[in-house]
Design a protein around this ligand. Structure first.
Ligand SMILES: Cc1cc2nc3c(=O)[nH]c(=O)nc-3n(C[C@H](O)[C@H](O)[C@H](O)COP(=O)(O)OP(=O)(O)OC[C@H]3O[C@@H](n4cnc5c(N)ncnc54)[C@H](O)[C@@H]3O)c2cc1C
Length: 365
């Protein structure tokens, strides 16, 4: 298992420096509120900001809103959540300082029967001073029995890059619709309310948190799932669990199916044992031209989305969509019609990772 921890503030600065270096025109503080369309051809978006309403026209538009906002408004058929419309709940992440992370990891390594982890073996904690911790269900149950109000069944902690800093992924607000501002507001208030008991749980039950103090929350309620477009191919559970190869692969991912249940405090985690491709066709929406979608809103089922939704695949999809849009504009083609082999060649030349095409086993007689 490998783990890459990042410092979010540094990522924001470096990402902006890279965009400026590449002479990208950037516009913050503007929200896409509508689209400009001619029949089934998307022509641009309408943004709202302090400056009022403005139209931004473009030959190809890439919807990276996470919620398929542009695609949905343009008329692309979309799905929402599971078969009952239930979505994975959002979490308001928060950060504590003053945590003795050495004591925490060594307690797990030395007393694995007391500090039970879900899937990361106890030895891992003996060898790594930066880590993700998932588990300690027994401690959560004890704290609940003793009166604490905890919304989750698991302790989920991620060490920060600064000494003593730990990010806590344990608030959980079921039933929030991430495309509805009223529901988001309720979720943010509820998420914030949950922090007090979670912090008490960590300080009173988990080794290393004895002197911990509250530092900050994430800037927004973190949304795991809303709309998914219907594209030219819909990835499903079998594609993930079967480590599927696709001829039109534009990214490779290995994150497991990770469904935080829409109801209750549980979670399903299932690994395929290797990695799986993400096909270009899942970024190409049905019905509407001049549009690509990248990120967690691509064409998948509820289950497959739970795997491809994490940051590394989303970034790889973003790169592929950007290069595909450039090719479509240059070749005066629709994104659906570009030469995907050429796109794959360019991705590889620029350092992306794609697998060798799968060789069909030769039948023996
Ligand atoms: C609590 C939580 C913890 C997670 N932990 C991890 C983790 O440890 N590792 C990991 O890899 N992944 C993690 N994930 C998953 C991952 O962060 C997201 O799924 C991923 O960032 C989604 O990427 P995206 O590009 O599709 O959307 P986002 O990263 O959400 O980007 C969408 C952007 O579009 C903007 N936007 C939205 N609508 C509009 C609009 N109408 N007009 C203009 N702008 C708009 C948003 O402000 C945002 O900046 C976590 C998610 C959550 C919720």
């Amino acid at each position: 298992m490998s783990l890459t921890l990042v410092e979010p503030e540094a990522v924001k600065t470096v990402a902006l420096q890279m965009l400026v270096e590449a002479k990208v025109e950037i516009l913050f503080y503007a929200f896409c509120a509508e689209v400009v369309k001619d029949g089934d051809e998307l022509k641009g978006v309408i943004v709202e900001s302090k400056a009022g309403r403005e139209a931004i026209l473009s030959k190809v538009i890439i919807d990276c809103s996470g919620d398929a906002d542009v695609a949905f408004k343009a008329g692309v058929p979309c799905e929402f959540g599971n078969e009952n419309g239930g979505v994975q709940p959002p979490t308001l992440m928060f950060c504590l300082g003053g945590v003795d992370t050495e004591k925490l990891r060594l307690s797990i390594a030395e007393e694995p029967r007391t500090y039970l982890t879900d899937f990361i073996p106890a030895e891992y904690f003996g060898q790594n001073n930066q880590f993700v911790l998932v588990g300690m269900r027994n401690l959560i149950n004890k704290a609940k029995e003793e009166g604490l109000n905890l919304p989750t069944e698991r302790t989920i902690l991620i060490t920060g890059l600064r000494k003593g800093e730990v990010w806590v992924n344990m608030t959980r607000v079921n039933g929030v619709n991430g495309t509805d501002p009223g529901s988001l507001t309720m979720g943010e208030i509820e998420g914030r309310n949950q922090i007090e008991d979670i912090q008490r749980y960590l300080i009173e039950y988990v080794p290393g948190f004895e002197n911990a103090y509250f530092l900050k929350t994430a800037p927004f309620l973190g949304i795991r799932e809303t709309r998914r477009i219907k594209g030219l191919y819909t990835m499903d559970r079998d594609d993930i669990m079967g480590c599927r190869h696709f001829d039109d692969a534009i990214a490779v991912a290995s994150y497991p199916l990770d469904i935080h249940h829409p109801v209750g405090g549980g979670c399903t985690l299932e690994w395929c044992g290797d990695c799986y491709d993400i096909p270009y066709r899942s970024l190409v929406p049905q019905k509407i031209k001049n549009l690509l979608v990248a990120g967690r809103a691509i064409s998948t089922t509820h289950e497959a989305m739970s795997a491809i939704r994490v940051m590394a695949p989303c970034m790889a999809m973003g790169e592929a969509a950007g290069r595909a849009a450039k090719m479509a504009i240059k070749e005066v083609q629709q994104p659906a019609d570009i030469d995907v082999k050429k796109l794959q060649k360019e991705l590889l030349e620029k350092g992306a990772f794609l697998r060798e095409p799968q060789v069909e086993p030769v039948a023996s007689n």
